[in-house]
Every structure is written in C-alpha cells, then in structure tokens.
Design a protein around this ligand. Structure first.
Ligand SMILES: [Zn+2]
Length: 375
C-alpha cells in the first residue's frame, strides 16, 4: 500500500519554494542553488509551470513570456538541474495545474491554452470568468471536469517527467477550483446532468430539463446542491488519481506532492480540494499544507492536526516566511519540528531574498535551518 517514493524524502525536509521569477536567467538560477546549499536547505520546489506556460522545454505549452530576452535554447529547469547536481539538493518540479492566466491582456502566444481553447475556461454561475485577481478568484482557471483539459494536462505533466528524469518529484499547485462558485460551464452542466440521470425519476428529469431549457440553465445543479459539490470534488480527485497512476508508470521513483489548503475539511468544502483522500489513497507521497498564518500558535495547531490526519504519511509544512520576520520563521520551524512533520518549506525564496539580491534573511534563519553548520 505504501509507495516507495516517499522513502526517498530526506529524513528532514528543509525546503524552499522557488517562484518562476527566479527562473528567468542563468545567473538567477545559479544564485538559487548557491544560497539554498549554503544555508542548509536540502530540497527545492521550483515553479516551472506558472500560467499555462513553460520554464522548460515543452512541446505542448508556450515558452514563458518572461524568457523572451533569453536565447531560445535556454532551458531554466534543465539548467537548474545541472547546477543542483552534487549540491545535496532535491529538485521538485512545481506545476500550477488549473490556474493558467492572471493578466488583463491575452497571452502573446496563440499556442497558449487561453487563446487556443477558450471553451476550456472555467465559468462562474453567471457563465463569466475573470482575467485577473479579484475577490476570491486569482484569474483564469481551466474546467476540471472537461476531459480535454485533463488529457492535455496529463500530457504536459508526462512530458516533464519523461524529459527530465533527474527530477526528484512533481509538485502540484492550484489543483482545485478557485472557490465553490466555479465551474458552471455548459460542459459541467451537461456532465452533471448525466451523472445524476439514473438517480432521478422520469417525471423529475422531464421537469428539470424543461426548467433548464427555459428560464433556469442551473436547474439540475440547484436541485442537488450536495451532489453538485461532491461531483466537483470528484472531478479534481479523478484528475489527481490519473496523474498519480501516469506519473508512477513514467517514473516510479518520483515523489508526488501537492501544495494544499491547510485545513482538510475547509479545503474539501470551499476549494473542492479533497487532499486528505488523495494522501490516504497513496496517490500522493506527501502534502505541503500552506500554513501561512503569521501567528506561530496557529501554524503549530495546523501542523499537529495535519500530521495526525495523515496517519503516518509524511507532511511538509509550508511557512509564510514572506510576511514574517526571520525570528518568527525560526519559531515556526521549531513548532513544526515538535509537531512530528517531515519538514518545512519556506514561501518563498524570491520574497525572502528579494529575488536573489540579499541573503540576509537566509543568514538569519540558518542557525535553525542548518542542523549541523560545521559538519
Ligand atoms: Zn466546467
């Protein structure tokens, strides 16, 4: 039942999330590896898919616009892997899943999924979507129940695993709905109706279909609110299950993980992200709950809760280092160690080094990060 991949995690994971803004030039990548190794870290989660684009060699997604000034053969992930080789650092490829755009203008590349397949975009109950971050929605998401979306994402992720056999893991992010007000696209409405069909009497079907064809396109959804939420949770879970089976087939050594909302019940309810189920199903080898609260007591409580619910499976607790002092991060690392978690991951390298310009924050937390500074 237990996957072997998780045994490849370091005994204590001391990790950094590296946002794609540090993956834009050879110099910025060299610095990531240099700082991480120097200050006692042993794992990097490096973002190579940010907004439906690629910071690696992809046949399926457009090259990230932020790489426009670099030579065409510059491969950020490939280069980071070469730099990290022999530096004692695990490298996990961090992939944003359903979240694909966050600018008011359209992507420059016609190959980008937002330009190429606008009918794959997730919609709210008014059939709208938004290009940028506002309210609870970060921008454009793809529809998790759309079979073409899932097939595309699986192809994209398989390519990363195949093309970069040196990576230690695949790390999913935004593997969820923006919030429970999505996705009400025409495809979701039709697929949900189909899923409910056998469970509904003939008279009720006729009544709901009549209503849906007339004034209320959401008739089926509104008639079965609990089933509607369950069904959407199942859409994300089905994707994660398929991703897991595929990834294990491509490379059984990969450590599979996801960044998740820290409270499993709220994640499942508000984001349709049933990550405890994914972990207990061994689809994932570990999870990284984003325990970003500034209050160390809250972080500690969340860490303890998640470790208990994981039932022996490793948990790596995310720290919102960008919004707290080095001292506070040190306290959070201590609390996480006491919780029995497998390790911690700071968000983010970019924020706490000012995009590689300063190592002062890392120097200030080193005493806690590095268990054996003279070793
Ligand atoms: Zn949809």
């Amino acid at each position: 039942m237990h996957s072997t991949a998780r045994h490849r995690l370091p005994e204590e994971v001391r990790a950094l999330w590296v946002v794609r803004t540090s993956m834009v030039s050879p110099r910025s990548i060299e610095r990531v590896v240099e700082y991480a190794a120097r200050y006692g870290f042993n794992a990097l989660f490096v973002q190579v898919r940010g907004r439906g684009d690629a910071y690696y060699r992809s046949s399926y997604e457009p090259r990230a616009e932020a790489l426009a000034d670099q030579p065409a053969d510059f491969d950020p992930l490939g280069y980071l892997l070469r730099c990290a080789d022999g530096a004692g650092l695990q490298v996990h490829a961090w992939l944003n899943v359903f979240y694909v755009w966050s600018q008011p203008r359209k992507p420059r590349s016609g190959q980008h999924v937002v330009s190429r397949s606008p009918n794959w975009i997730a919609r709210d109950a008014q059939n709208r979507y938004q290009m940028t971050t506002a309210g609870r929605v970060e921008g454009v998401y793809l529809c998790p129940s759309n079979p073409n979306v899932r097939a595309h994402l699986l192809k994209v992720f398989a390519e990363v695993a195949q093309r970069y056999p040196q990576i230690d893991g695949l790390h999913l992010d935004y593997v969820r709905y923006p919030y429970d007000g999505y996705c009400y696209c025409a495809g979701c409405r039709a697929r949900f109706r189909e899923a409910m069909w056998e469970r509904v009497s003939e008279a009720r079907r006729a009544q709901l279909d009549k209503s849906a064809a007339g004034r209320n396109p959401l008739a089926w959804i509104q008639a079965f609110p609990a089933e509607w939420s369950d069904w959407r949770r199942d859409q994300v879970s089905a994707f994660v299950g398929a991703f897991s089976r595929q990834s294990r087939r491509v490379n059984p050594n990969l450590i599979l993980s996801a960044a998740v909302w820290p409270d499993p019940q709220l994640a499942a309810k508000n984001k349709l992200q049933d990550w405890l189920y994914w972990l207990r199903s061994d689809w994932l080898d570990t999870v990284l709950p984003m325990a970003y609260d500034k209050d160390t007591a809250v972080v500690q409580r969340q860490a303890v809760q998640v470790v208990e619910k994981a039932q022996g499976r490793p948990v790596i607790v995310g720290v919102g280092a960008w919004q707290v002092s080095p001292d506070s991060t040190v306290n959070k690392i201590r609390a996480i160690r006491r919780s029995g978690a497998r390790g911690f991951c700071l968000f983010s390298y970019d924020a706490i080094t000012q995009a590689g310009k300063s190592d002062a924050y890392l120097r200030a937390v080193e005493r806690e990060v590095n268990p054996n500074p003279f070793g």
